[in-house]
Design a protein around this ligand. Structure first.
Ligand code: GLN
Length: 198
């Protein structure tokens, strides 16, 4: 399986390290030809407005939206969650999104930069171990569509969701040494989704 990391802005390097720790050899994706060469993609944390603008400039916005709609497994952390969401609240005027995930997210929902925080939360992957979650100007999910499963919440706000081939977290597992979410994406989301396609 070829896994790419969208490398326009944000914490690309951290996702690459986490994926390598999970046994895959990721590539960076900046151009449509690089997107065409990967089977699955990670959308990093960063600034969703900047990533969307750069994606448009690099000619990636539409090809990426098409691949997502066609079933490419994608994991988005923080800004990546926003980019996967079908609907964004507190969006910048004209902010674009790749979409595909039937959720409504609220940007910067937990407050401003000074309100960034870390917390140990439950992640519903069958393990009872808590996971260290780093929230940085994070969104939360305000509406989930009927095929969307909530995997983690903070104060009853969903912060990790999955719908078939799409996984999104408001927090940044790439900033911790615990690669459980990346492993979950590779083993439980991407591999089964790609097997179905073949
Ligand atoms: N607040 C950022 C945005 O709206 C997301 C922050 C992050 O990815 N850490 O894109």
């Amino acid at each position: 399986m070829k896994v790419g990391v969208l490398a326009l802005q944000g914490d690309v390097r951290e996702h690459i390290s986490a994926l390598i720790a999970c046994g895959v050899q990721p590539t960076t994706v900046r151009r449509p030809s690089e997107l065409a060469a990967v089977d699955a993609l990670v959308l990093p944390g960063g600034e969703s407005t900047t990533i969307a603008q750069l994606a448009e400039i690099f000619g990636l916005l539409e090809p990426l939206a098409r691949r997502i709609a066609a079933g490419m497994p994608v994991y988005g952390s923080c800004a990546g969650m926003i980019l996967l969401a079908d609907e964004i609240l507190d969006a910048k005027e004209g902010q674009k999104t790749f979409g595909g995930l039937d959720i409504t997210v609220r940007r910067n929902a937990f407050g401003r930069q000074v309100d960034s925080f870390e917390s140990d939360i439950a992640f519903n992957d069958g393990s009872t171990d808590l996971i260290r979650a780093v929230f940085i100007r994070a969104p939360w999910v305000e509406r989930v569509g009927k095929n969307v499963e909530v995997l983690a919440s903070v104060d009853s706000h969903p912060v990790a969701v999955r719908s078939g081939h799409l996984l999104a977290t408001s927090f940044h597992p790439e900033l911790t040494a615990d690669h459980r979410i990346h492993r979950y994406f590779i083993e439980e989301v991407a591999k089964p989704a790609l097997q179905k396609v073949q």
